[in-house]
Design a protein around this ligand. Structure first.
Ligand code: NAP
Length: 181
């Protein structure tokens, strides 16, 4: 596959189901895709045309970083705070049940990496829908965040993937968005 990158780089932490599906979709839309992974040398399943690096190296390549990792593992991000300073972190996570944690995942992420701008979104879009292109049922991305510029950067990405967006307010509303799926 020849990849023609026209849209700049987007970083994705995590090479699991959601990360790979989002990566493929971003590549198809003309983005350069750089994964941050615990095992950059052992990530054969990432979409062709993307790159895989350590989290720190990957973070340097892009302004927007999708955190495609379960909330339970977010603590590794605290050791990356210098590399994440000033970055836009997109919290795409869902929980297994409502009210599982006292604090929303996105607010928790923001507390772990206070130098970054966290935007909640994409959690209502499934990996399968992203990969198959069957986005009729879940093409709407609900977004929350406290930094308008960061939110706009994520809106731009969502629109270029053919998704629609709805602004749900500040990061304090993230818990409601996490409860939807
Ligand atoms: N799957 C969906 O349809 C879907 C839809 C909406 C939202 N989400 C959300 O997307 C996130 C990822 O879900 P997923 O389905 O992609 O999960 P997954 O397939 O289990 O992948 C998660 C990835 O996280 C990384 N990871 C695992 N343990 C880690 C640790 N201790 N420290 C750092 N990184 C670790 C791994 O990537 P590396 O091995 O490369 O480090 C792993 O592949 C979750 O928060 C989920 O709620 C998923």
């Amino acid at each position: 596959m020849t990849v023609d990158h026209k849209q700049g780089a987007v970083c994705i932490f995590g090479t699991g189901d959601f990360g790979r599906s989002l990566g493929l979709r971003l590549l198809q839309a003309g983005y350069e895709v750089v994964f941050g992974s615990r095992n950059p040398k052992n990530s054969a399943l990432v979409p062709q045309g993307s790159k895989v690096m350590t989290h720190t190296e990957a973070a340097r390549t892009a302004q927007v970083i999708f955190i495609a990792v379960q909330r339970d593992h977010y603590e590794f991000l605290t050791s990356l705070t210098p590399a994440l300073e000033g970055k836009v972190l997109v919290d795409i996570s869902n929980n297994l049940k409502r009210g599982q944690f006292p604090q929303s995942n996105a607010e928790y992420l923001s507390s772990l990496v206070p130098g970054a701008s966290v935007v909640k979104g994409f959690n209502t879009v499934s990996a399968w829908a992203l990969q198959s292109g069957a986005l009729d049922a879940s093409r709407q991305v609900l977004l929350c965040g406290d930094d308008p510029q960061a939110k706009q950067a994520v809106v731009n990405i969502a629109h270029s993937l053919g998704l629609t967006t709805q602004d749900r307010g500040s990061l304090r509303a993230a818990g409601e968005v996490e409860d939807i799926p």
